[in-house]
Design a protein around this ligand. Structure first.
Ligand code: MN
Length: 263
């Protein structure tokens, strides 16, 4: 079992190291992650410039690879042949903040796992729901051990084709975590605010600022599970088609009448 470990916080992030160390107990681990922080960078395919990869030594002395691409580029590099050995499984994280509800398409952590399923490989994204403005070093090891348990189960039971798992851990001591829940995406409430400023040359520039998102802690959702002290496991698929909306559109989309107009 050849496991690729990546993340969106950069190859030197402590969450990646904790995850890689636990994954080594399950199989052969390769690490290829961005050389800088791509949090919120979304699902990226870098086509307009070359991708560079260099070796780095992590805090535990192990070797890793860093690229100047996005997390999803790192996964593509790995699955398209950067490593001689075929990658069997991709794990991404552990992100220090949760990835919930609509966060999933923004999240570099989750989109790395999305890239894995594009190449037919199971992808698992792991995030830790630390409190906002947490200043002390986060302890990633309780989450990393749970990530290993989940990964071990995926290795044993497999995942349906095209499915990735978005896993969020509550930031609680191990004995305070109540268990695991299979969840759906909850409703994130974004509180972004546009901050307009003026640069020294007199030109406007913008920051997307505001407060961190909150969410509705509805039972059965990822947000609800964390609020209740459970690990949230949300299976995701890349088919975003809104099947229920197709009939409403069919009423006014008439390919035949369009053809008449063109003629
Ligand atoms: Mn991140």
């Amino acid at each position: 079992m050849h496991i690729l470990v990546t993340n969106d916080d950069g190859v030197n992030a402590p969450g990646l190291l904790a995850l890689a160390q636990e994954m080594r107990r399950l199989g052969e681990v390769s690490i290829l992650a961005p050389d800088r922080n791509w949090s919120g960078g979304g699902h990226v395919k870098t086509l307009g410039r070359p991708l560079r990869v260099h070796t780095v030594t992590l805090a535990d002395g192990s070797q890793a690879f860093a690229s100047d691409g996005a997390p999803s580029d790192c996964v593509a590099l790995a699955t398209l042949g950067f490593f001689k050995k075929k990658v069997d499984l991709v794990v991404s994280g552990i992100n220090p903040q949760p990835n919930l509800g609509h966060d999933v398409t923004y999240s570099g952590t989750v989109t790395a796992a999305m890239e894995a399923v594009i190449w037919g490989i199971p992808g698992l994204a792991f995030s830790l729901a630390s409190e906002k403005d947490h200043l002390a070093d986060l302890d990633y090891y309780p989450s990393a051990r749970l990530a290993r348990q989940i990964t071990e189960n995926v290795m044993e039971h497999g995942l349906a084709h095209g499915i990735l798992l978005n896993v969020n851990f509550p930031y609680l001591p191990e004995n305070a975590i109540k268990g695991m829940q299979i969840t759906r995406q909850g409703l994130r409430v974004y509180r972004d605010r546009l901050d307009r400023r003026v640069d020294p040359r007199g030109r406007d520039y913008y920051w997307i600022g505001g407060d961190a998102p909150t969410g509705l802690p509805e039972t059965g959702t990822d947000i609800g599970a964390l609020a209740e002290g459970y690990v949230s496991i949300t299976p995701l698929q890349l088919d975003l088609t809104a099947y229920g909306a197709m009939t409403g559109i069919e009423m006014w989309v008439e390919p035949a009448s369009l053809a008449v107009e063109v003629a």
